[in-house]
Design a protein around this ligand. Structure first.
Ligand SMILES: Nc1ncnc2c1ncn2[C@@H]1O[C@H](COP(=O)(O)OP(=O)(O)OP(=O)(O)O)[C@@H](O)[C@H]1O
Ligand SMILES: [Mg+2]
Length: 265
């Protein structure tokens, strides 16, 4: 069976695709075969990244390691029940096809909660939820009382993860390893940064997730997208001279891969 890693967060723009890309390419560099399902059918960030990567390889006549991509579409059926059924079948086909050849499946979810998003969360062995390092994004995980900052209950997203965990438990599947990753961490000390860290620690036991090392705010994560590259590719290229920020970013990527404990290496 392939190990399934899902990147999900109800909020848009939190770094799901960026993190998914880096983890997928990181695993390729560890000689693992990786399959990709891009469930963000509207934005297709992951699919676009892979097209850019294929273009780069063609033009540069290079042979960068790349995941296997499986295209999945939304159902056009008018009836919601029929559409759900068709999507369930498409999703099952995608898993079955990729599982034949892949050690890992990386599934990139869009923001929001859809039929596909729920299915992906149910099959996740590891769920990675990047969140912007801000108290504003904290309500992704829990409802907070504005005046006191007290946690008053789980968020809609946490409840969905809870439901998926229940489904897995009833099917006797191993529990989801839910990992929250702080993204775009600023270098300067701020009260907000301190409070996010403290609140996440408090909440992790209550909601059942663990915290991994995160990514700092770095331009390089944006810059490489259009060429379909990651920092791991750059270090293999002749003449590349990394800056201090590149070295730190690469270190963050390696630490993230390590803290996800996906491989035995
Ligand atoms: N650590 C970072 N430093 C700098 N820019 C970042 C970082 N993480 C993500 N970004 C940028 O933020 C934007 C949103 O990131 P990304 O597309 O990965 O988020 P997403 O959660 O997949 O969004 P969506 O919900 O819209 O799919 C992108 O332009 C990306 O390049
Ligand atoms: Mg995305």
């Amino acid at each position: 069976m392939s190990k399934i890693i899902v990147f999900g967060n109800e909020k848009g723009g939190s770094g799901k695709s960026t993190t998914a890309i880096h983890v997928a390419i990181g695993l390729c560099y560890q000689d693992k075969s990786v399959g990709i399902i891009d469930l963000d059918i509207r934005q297709k960030s992951m699919s676009r990244f892979l097209e850019n990567r294929a273009d780069f390889c063609r033009k540069q006549k290079s042979n960068l390691p790349s995941p296997t991509y499986y295209k999945i579409d939304q159902s056009n059926k008018d009836s919601k029940a029929e559409a759900n059924l068709e999507e369930e079948k498409r999703f099952a086909d995608a898993l079955m096809t990729l599982e034949e050849t892949c050690d890992f499946l990386v599934i990139d979810c869009p923001g929001g909660i859809s039929n596909y998003v729920k299915m992906a969360h149910t099959v996740a062995d590891t769920l990675v939820t990047p969140m912007n390092d801000s108290l504003i994004d904290f309500d992704l995980l829990a409802k907070i009382e504005a005046s006191t900052g007290k946690v008053v209950g789980p968020s809609v997203y946490s409840e969905m993860v809870w439901d998926c965990r229940q489904l897995r438990a009833s099917a006797k599947h191993p529990p989801i390893d839910w990992v929250i990753l702080r993204n775009r961490i600023s270098h300067v000390f701020s009260k907000n940064k301190y409070h996010v860290g403290k609140s996440l620690k408090n909440l992790s036991k209550r909601i059942g997730f663990r915290l991994s090392t995160g990514f700092s705010e770095r331009v390089i994560f944006k810059e490489l997208f259009l060429s379909g590259l990651t920092l791991l590719d750059l270090e293999k290229m002749d003449g590349w001279q990394p800056t201090l920020s590149h070295v730190s970013a690469r270190q963050e990527m390696r630490m993230l891969l390590g803290s996800l404990s996906l491989t035995d290496d």
